[in-house]
Each structure stands twice: as structure tokens, then as C-alpha cells.
Design a protein around this ligand. Structure first.
Ligand code: C2O
Ligand code: CU
Length: 432
């Protein structure tokens, strides 16, 4: 990231719009063309895609354990499909064209029904030519409410993304530019965060739900004006809150924080060029009623405990054979296979515990996402680490995870740098 390539960052005190966050849970999402003010007020608005007239789409809040039904209407001039990222749902509701459903054609609708089993911070996004449709705005926050919410004064969603824009705010239409696909992916030249509220008080205790909705950008974050803990990652509560240190979110990853406000709040992306302001949150007044208390863990999620793994499979991220054995312009692969193979990479019995090694044999980091399940990252000594649905693997490194494949169906595994996914870094597993 070269800061000078950015048009501007969000400067202090700029009042940013909060499109779509207010209001009731819609039972209907209408995918359509929208115009959104992404650049600071006074600069050009951006013609893009969104849901219900806004980008990001509306914040959907659902009750854990309750049947949800969301009708997606396609008012675009192209097909689409919506994926409920991180939700352990029924396979046919997963939103993946070809693998789990037909495309929703222009003018058509599809109703997605599922019972979200875990409270936490999730998001929804298009899973059709997603490197383009997500970059153009087809995404939004999905919050599964806690049975007993933590004692906080505010619950604020912070959705991070970037966009590649011309000076007038129009999007640069280079979603499949092969140079980006073959490198770190299609990156924006302007980044910001959308917040669901715009004012807090000093002394308030706040839950922030951070979502990286960017197609390819990893956000190393620095947060100002708060002290507190990370309480959940990728929706899943940590057994013990962790001190708020450096926070890195790969595309699609989430982090929930519970913090006490100590002064003016800023969300910064860190880079070699210094801090880049993604958003400010105005602080006005002081909350004197709140006595400082320690931050308790959120309720533990109810997932099956892993057993001794019955299989150990290695998935190696590799370059593809461009114009070669796989045909087409395949640039990335898993185990030297670009794009979805006819046969699944793994076949598992329902409930089987499997050890997976994600080995990165490339010069770029990759954020590997498994659909329909969460998995445990493993520490080098083999002990269980964090539960995640997307794990960031640095160039040349590898990560072992343990997953209980208890959700029947056909599930994608892909790099969530969406340019890499379209470049071929995708495969699938089948759970009987
Ligand atoms: Cu966030 Cu395959 O998706
Ligand atoms: Cu990747």
C-alpha cells in the first residue's frame, strides 16, 4: 500500500453517512444499483451495487437458534447469489452457485432459510463473480444476537473496506485485471470504515464488531481512544478476553472488541507510510455512571469437541500453470489444481475430525476460508488455538487446523483474497 496512491483518508470530524445501518431487520434484501457517498462529503458519489438502496447493505440482526428467512430479490442486470459468511447453516442455503444453488437471475428471487447456531459477528456477500460483485458493493453485516448480551453502552458495527476509484468517485472497472490477480489482488486506492453509530461518551463501555469486507486488503489496525479486550474472532467467543494489541484482519475476518472509551476514537490502518485514518467516532460528554469492571468472556459457542483426527490432509497454495495444463488463465492453485475439481479434495464422514495443513508455497499471504464450519487453529505444540472460519497464512508459512466436519454437504475452501479465488485458488470438500 502506498499512501500517496490514496485519494484521501477520512479526516477527523468528517461526518460520514451511515447508510443502511439503521432500522429493523429486513426480511427482504433487494440487490440493486445504488449511489453511495464513499468519499468524504463534497466529493463525488459512487455508482455501485448494494442492497435495499444502500452500500453496505442493511445490518441484519437475527436471534441465535431461531429460524430466519431472508428473501433476496435480484433487481440487477446480472445474476447473483448471497453467501452468509461464517454461519454453520444447511448446505443448500450456503449461496454458492453451481455447488449449492442455481444463480438468482435478474428479476428472480430466492428465499434463504436457516437457523443460526452461534451468536456473533458475521457478514453476507455475493458469491457470484464475487471478486467483482463484492468490490462493487454487494455485502453487509450479519449479527447473530447473544442470548444474554454483554453489559455495554453501545454495540457498534465497524465495516472496513477499500475501493479503487477515479477522482470523481466512480469505480475503476478492473476487477479481473490479471496483474492484480497474479499479485496481492485488486486493491482499492481509498479505504474507510462504516460505523453503525456516530457518537459515544468518554467512559462508555462499547462493543465494536469489526468486519473486513474488502476483497483483497489485509488491514493491520491501530485503535485510538479506547482500552479493552478482543472478545471474539470470526464470530466465536474467546475463552478469555485478550488484551487489545495489534489487530490484523484478513479479508472476511472479524473481531469483536469490548472497550472503555478514553478519548477521541480513531480507527487507523497501519502501513510503512504511517497511519491511514479509516474512521473517527465523535466523543461527546462523559459517562460517569459506569464503574470500571473487568471484561468478562462472551458465552462459549456450542461446537463439537475435536477428537483424534482420522485423516491429515495437506492443501498447498501454489501458483497455477498459466496457459498450461489446467487450461485458461489459471494463476493460482491448491495442490496444483486450479479451480474446482470434479471430485472433492476431501471426503469426510459426518462428525469426522480432520487435521488440515494449509501450506503457503507462494510469495503472497492468503486468507483461507472454509464454508459451513469453523476450525481450530493449532499451535506448534498441537494445542487448540482460536476457532476461525478464515485463517491468514503468511508467504512461505503453513498453518495446521483441526476441523470437526459435522455439517453434511458440499463445502468450498478458497482464498478469501477474492482475486486469488477467481485466479483458481478454490477447491471443495464433501461431508456425507
Ligand atoms: Cu465469504 Cu466463499 O466466502
Ligand atoms: Cu490468496
Amino acid at each position: 500500500m502506498n499512501r500517496r496512491q490514496f485519494l484521501a483518508s477520512v479526516s477527523a470530524a468528517t461526518v460520514l453517512p451511515r447508510p443502511g445501518f439503521a432500522g429493523r431487520t429486513p426480511l427482504k434484501l433487494k440487490a440493486q444499483n445504488v449511489t453511495q457517498q464513499i468519499l468524504p462529503e463534497g466529493e463525488g458519489a459512487t455508482a455501485m451495487l448494494g442492497f435495499n438502496g444502500s452500500m453496505p447493505g442493511p445490518e441484519i440482526r437475527l436471534k441465535r437458534g431461531a429460524q430466519a428467512s431472508i428473501e433476496v430479490e435480484n433487481a440487477l442486470q446480472e445474476g447473483t447469489a448471497v453467501h452468509w459468511h461464517g454461519i454453520r447453516l444447511e448446505n443448500r442455503m450456503d449461496g454458492v452457485p453451481v455447488l449449492t444453488q442455481e444463480l438468482i437471475n435478474p428479476g428472480d428471487s430466492k428465499t434463504y432459510r436457516f437457523v443460526p447456531p452461534d451468536a456473533g459477528t458475521y457478514w453476507y456477500h455475493s458469491h457470484y463473480i464475487s471478486q467483482e460483485q463484492v468490490a462493487r458493493g454487494l455485502m453487509g453485516p450479519l449479527i447473530i444476537e447473544d442470548d444474554t448480551p454483554p453489559d455495554v453502552d453501545h454495540d457498534i458495527t465497524v465495516l472496513l473496506s477499500d475501493w479503487r476509484m477515479n477522482k470523481d468517485g466512480s469505480l475503476v472497472d478492473e476487477y479481473t485485471d490479471m496483474h492484480s490477480v497474479a499479485h496481492a489482488g485488486y486493491m482499492g486506492n481509498f479505504a474507510r470504515a462504516f460505523l453503525s453509530k456516530d457518537t459515544v461518551k468518554t467512559g462508555d463501555r462499547v462493543r465494536f464488531r469489526l468486519i473486513n469486507a474488502a476483497t483483497n486488503r489485509i488491514f493491520p489496525l491501530a485503535l485510538e481512544g479506547m482500552t479493552g479486550s478482543v472478545v471474539a474472532l470470526d464470530g466465536m467467543a474467546l475463552a478469555q478476553p485478550r488484551p487489545l494489541g495489534d489487530l490484523v484482519l484478513a479479508p472476511a475476518q472479524r473481531a469483536d472488541l469490548i472497550v472503555d472509551i478514553t478519548g477521541p476514537v480513531g480507527f487507523d490502518m497501519m502501513s510503512r507510510q504511517g497511519a491511514y485514518r479509516l474512521a473517527d467516532l465523535a466523543v461527546s460528554g462523559t459517562n460517569t455512571a459506569r464503574a470500571p469492571t473487568t471484561i468478562s468472556p462472551l458465552a462459549a459457542p456450542d461446537l463439537p469437541r475435536p477428537e483424534a483426527p482420522s485423516q491429515h490432509l495437506t492443501l498447498t497454495m501454489m501458483g497455477g500453470a498459466m496457459g498450461g495444463r489446467h487450461g485458461g488463465a489459471n494463476i493460482w492453485s491448491f495442490n496444483d489444481v486450479s479451480d474446482l475439481p470434479t471430485d472433492p479434495f476431501g471426503k469426510f464422514e459426518r462428525g469426522e475430525t480432520v487435521r488440515l495443513t494449509f501450506a503457503n508455497d507462494t510469495a503472497f499471504p492468503h486468507g483461507i476460508h472454509l464454508h459451513g464450519h469453523h476450525f481450530y487453529e493449532l499451535a506448534p505444540d498441537g494445542s487448540l488455538g482460536d476457532l476461525r472460519d478464515t485463517t491468514l497464512v503468511a508467504a512461505g508459512e503453513s498453518r495446521d487446523v483441526l476441523c470437526v466436519f459435522d455439517n453434511p454437504g458440499r463445502w468450498l475452501i478458497h482464498c478469501h483474497m477474492l482475486s486469488h479465488a477467481i485466479g483458481g485458488m478454490r477447491t471443495w470438500v464433501e461431508v456425507a
